[in-house]
Design a protein around this ligand. Structure first.
Ligand code: FAD
Ligand code: NAI
Length: 465
């Protein structure tokens, strides 16, 4: 190939794109990253993982303080007030520090930021803000955006998407969340803790589709106790704005009498779709599937040589850490090394209280595949640290192959589930059996001992229950 401006151009600076760009530069490739936002870091840092976790943390502090949760530990507080402006400002500070951190890392690693929207001109050139840039390799890391709900137009005042729900300047009296998935439950939790009444309308029979069946049921029970109202098996047929209120028309998913729910804010969170519009994929010859995602092989090559794709724009769970690992792998593949991602072991965490975390397969998936299972379950009620901290909700569940004892899935609902799942992911990556976990010494007193006990429960011999 004739001389090009760059060895690698990455389109998009989310967790997939910025990580790919940095690793490519570390491997000696002349690299640029195109980003049309004002700041680097993509959905995750700007309007996703980071601001949502900032508000989840802050709102949890407020809920604990205002509900007197610390009084039983002898910590008595006076009157507690919400300063939402300060809470939002602290969130923005964290976002600013982290997005600024990526700009610093780009400078440090000599990754050039091309500011603007990229569109393909050919397989090895893109247009950015009216200028043509060429590269031997182009990585599509354009991420995803909110799936629109027909009949519910987002105005980000009364009818909001996740970005709008992260930026509300007033606690709504009544928030209706359309979609009982990850975003609905996380952002519903934020506004619930700050004082809103929250109703979740979910099309399916149960919230959190795709997760372990027992965990889904337990989660609903706990969230209901927290005051969430659930309308499952219910479909939204339209949302209209009536002054500063929204009227949500719903009916049973299987058909039946319609009714209207009034809300101050409606959050539409029914999933996300890959960003492929405006890229002029046809100019590169890259094809997208019927479902609107870009197909790649296990090395992240598209159907066109020299064009690669990673992150939310390709199939698989739409998670930041999956995108990051693919970013590293694609850069290593471009540099002639072997970069692979084990898609069987991608942990996922819902950052509600309690947290919900899982890795590997669910019982439902394995039963459908005809795999014979052994299951060990241990409740936090039997864990000394959880009991001491007075946070005994939830359990750890380990699923192992009945023949080989190999761990095939771990599902946790509990206050520290998101931290605990890393151990399970590492064990599975190393091909661990439940016996391996059961005979690993776990520090006492920690919530992680519940993992060891669940592993012992696989053979029916837990100690503390
Ligand atoms: P993105 O982060 O979406 O980045 C793509 C970037 O490409 C964007 O900045 C976009 O502006 C840019 N771009 C697109 N097209 C072009 C173009 N043609 N030219 C130039 N630039 C372009 N995941 C987790 O793992 N943990 C969480 O806690 C979590 N919380 C979330 C909370 C919310 C509210 C949301 C919405 C998502 C959350 N996610 C979370 C999902 C996570 O944000 C995504 O999986 C992740 O950001 C995907 O990374 P990506 O690099 O593929 O794309
Ligand atoms: P989701 O796929 O998690 O949940 C969407 C929910 O909406 C599902 O329960 C679905 O059955 C329901 N639904 C779909 N259409 C509906 C309709 N018309 N009426 C009522 N319900 C309907 O999608 P969500 O919550 O929007 O999140 C998008 C993505 O962002 C997820 O894939 C997730 O991976 C990622 N994310 C990850 C987070 C994390 O890792 N903690 C946090 C937030 C988002």
């Amino acid at each position: 190939m004739a001389d090009t401006d760059f060895d690698v151009i990455v389109i998009g600076s989310g967790p997939g794109g910025y990580v790919a760009a940095i690793r490519a530069a570390q491997l000696g490739l002349k690299t640029a990253c195109v980003e049309s936002r004002e700041t680097l870091g993509g959905t995750c840092l700007n309007v996703g993982c980071i601001p949502s976790k900032a508000l989840l943390h802050a709102s949890e502090l407020f809920a604990e303080a205002s509900q007197g949760a610390m009084a039983k530990f002898g910590v008595k507080l006076g009157s507690v007030e919400l300063d939402l402006e300060a809470m939002q400002a602290e969130k923005m500070k964290a976002v600013g520090e982290l997005t600024g951190g990526i700009a610093f890392l780009f400078k440090k690693n000599k990754v050039e930021w091309l500011k603007g929207h990229a569109a393909f001109i050919s397989p090895n050139s893109v247009d950015v803000a009216g200028k043509n840039y060429t590269a031997k390799n182009i990585v599509i890391a354009t991420g995803s955006s909110v799936t629109p709900l027909p009949g519910a137009e987002i105005d980000n005042e009364v009818v909001v998407d996740s970005t709008g729900a992260l930026a509300l300047s007033k606690v709504p009296g009544h928030m209706v969340v359309i979609g009982g998935g990850v975003i609905g439950l996380e952002l519903g939790s934020v506004w619930k803790r700050l004082g809103a009444k929250v109703t979740v309308v979910e099309y399916l029979d149960e919230i959190l589709p795709g997760m372990d069946g027992e965990v889904r049921k337990e989660a609903r029970k706990i969230f209901k106790k927290q005051g969430f109202e659930f309308r499952t098996a219910t479909k939204v047929t339209g949302v209209t704005r009536n002054g500063d209120k929204a009227m949500i028309n719903v009916e049973p998913a299987q058909g039946g009498a319609a009714e209207t729910i009034e809300a101050d804010v409606v959050l539409v969170s029914i999933g996300r779709k890959a960003n492929i519009e405006g890229l002029a994929l046809d100019k590169a010859g890259v094809t997208a599937s019927d479902r609107g995602v870009i197909q790649t092989d296990h090395l992240f090559r598209t159907n066109v040589a020299g064009v690669w794709a990673i992150g939310d724009v390709i199939p698989g769970p739409m998670l930041a850490h999956k995108a990051e690992d693919e970013g590293i792998a694609v850069a290593e593949n471009i540099a002639g090394q072997t970069g692979i991602v084990n898609h069987e072991v991608i942990p996922s965490v819902v950052y509600t209280h309690p947290e919900i975390a899982s890795v590997g397969k669910t019982v439902e998936e394995l039963k459908e595949a005809g795999v014979e299972l052994k299951i060990g379950k241990f409740p936090f009620l039997g864990n000394s640290r959880a009991k001491t901290n007075r946070d005994t909700e939830g359990f750890v569940k380990i699923i192992a192959d009945a023949r080989t004892d190999r761990v095939l899935g771990v599902h946790i609902i509990g206050s520290l589930a998101g931290t605990m799942i890393a151990q399970a992911a590492q064990a599975m990556e190393f091909g661990a059996t439940s016996e391996d976990i059961a005979y690993t010494c776990h520090a006492h007193p920690t919530h992680s001992e519940a993992m060891k006990e669940a592993a012992m429960a696989v053979t029916g011999l837990p100690i503390h229950i």
